[in-house]
Design a binder for this molecule. Structure first.
Ligand SMILES: [Zn+2]
Ligand SMILES: [Zn+2]
Length: 164
């Protein structure tokens, strides 16, 4: 079954359509993905045999391949957003999940290259979550709670404890 997906970059110059099916979905923590994303991992969807059509902004696209590797990125030269890479020699399209405007119909299947993860990339699902940017007071309460649960006396928590 074929699906039609659409996506775009942050500035909106680049828009695309992808016809095909996502077969794999990996969160890659390797050092290359950390560099290119600026964060803990890339979230890449793999669509073998899919057809990628640029609807706008094709002239804004830039392509980068790390020398002597298969590691490649296609990105908008205006805003820097990663967009799909048509890996024709490998017969698949690699889609950074964040650039899609349509729903992703599969969930991530694995974290890969965990050996290379950043030193702060540990138990991230255990830290406090806020639906939006929290008010400063709430944020410090969360920091204090985390410090207490880790049995680490941050200067903030220590200060509060003495006052109690
Ligand atoms: Zn852009
Ligand atoms: Zn990677």
């Amino acid at each position: 079954m074929s699906h039609l997906h659409t996506g775009s970059c942050l500035c909106g110059a680049v828009k695309f359509e992808l016809e095909g099916e996502f077969k794999k979905f990996f969160l890659c923590h390797c050092s290359r993905c950390r560099k290119t994303s600026g964060t803990a991992h890339c979230a890449n969807l793999f669509a073998p045999g899919a057809t990628l059509t640029w609807l706008s902004g094709e002239d804004r696209l830039r392509f980068y391949r790390l020398e002597n590797t298969n590691f490649a990125r296609t990105f908008c030269s205006v805003c820097g957003s990663n967009v799909p890479t048509d890996a024709k020699t490998r017969g698949l399209v690699v889609v950074p999940a964040g650039c899609l405007d349509t729903e992703v119909d599969i969930t991530p299947q694995a974290h890969i290259f965990m050996d290379s993860r950043a030193n702060w990339d540990e138990k991230l699902n255990e830290i406090t979550c806020f639906d939006q940017l929290p008010p400063v007071g709430l944020f410090y309460k969360a920091v204090k709670r985390l410090a207490a649960s880790n049995k680490v006396l941050s200067s903030f928590a220590k200060h509060k404890r003495i006052r109690r």
